[in-house]
Design a protein around this ligand. Structure first.
Ligand SMILES: [Zn+2]
Length: 222
């Protein structure tokens, strides 16, 4: 099996047990407390506390979701999201549920993109890795992500649960979120993220929208 090199993960990760930065040696990722994590045999890195929650999606469920992301409506949403990318080669963190579809479309247009997918379903992550050819981390999405503060410049949240405090934390100053929503869910998304992000752009695609949100330097209080 082709495993992604360890190097592309450098600078992204922190320990899920103690919160300290993770650095890689030749075979594993280690924090200064001595916690050690190795790549799974399927190619992703599991960064999980002992009581972490993950999801066991069946291969069939992943296939069904993949098919949904292959429809023309979904393709149009992905194209709208890609059009919202800033220029250059920003560091992209993908927390979405589109199985790497949008990230693959972005990576196709930009060589040497530094990108990382995170998710809580092993089978989905393996599919996302194959689609987007980016490394992936298995983690508990309900808790703080094992991602360093300010390490991403773009956060892809296509079909992702709303985690505005975490999105704000892992994004660097000036960072953006690219998200999607169906129908009235776009308003709910904007309400949820309001203290942490300002609305920057919406592109409507049929019944769905792609939205771009700009990180506020400081969250505002209600
Ligand atoms: Zn640690």
């Amino acid at each position: 099996m082709n495993r992604p090199a360890l190097i592309p993960l450098a600078g992204w990760l922190r320990c899920p047990l103690c919160g300290r930065d993770l650095d890689e040696d030749s075979t594993a990722f280690i924090c200064s407390s001595g916690h050690r994590f190795e790549l799974n045999r399927r190619g992703y890195l599991g960064l999980l506390a002992p009581d972490a929650t993950t999801r066991r999606e069946s291969t069939r469920e992943v296939e069904e979701r993949t098919a949904r992301w292959s429809t023309s409506d979904s393709t149009a949403t992905v194209e709208a999201a890609v059009a919202m990318m800033p220029p250059g080669r920003p560091r992209v963190l993908d927390v979405g549920s589109d199985l790497g579809t949008t990230l693959a479309a972005i990576a196709h247009a930009r060589d040497d993109l530094s990108a990382l997918s995170v998710g809580d379903s092993p089978n989905s992550l393996v599919r996302a890795m194959a689609t987007a050819r980016a490394p992936a981390v298995l983690c508990d999405l309900i808790r703080e992500l094992p991602i360093r503060d300010g390490s991403a410049e773009v956060l892809l949240a296509i079909g992702a649960p709303h985690r505005p405090t975490e999105w704000h934390r892992v994004l660097a100053r000036g960072g953006i979120v690219i998200a999607s929503a169906s129908g009235s869910a776009a308003e709910a998304l904007l309400d949820d993220v309001y203290p942490w992000f300002e609305h920057d752009q919406t592109r409507e695609v049929g019944d769905s929208s792609a939205l771009r949100l700009r990180r506020r330097r400081r969250p505002i209080s209600w």
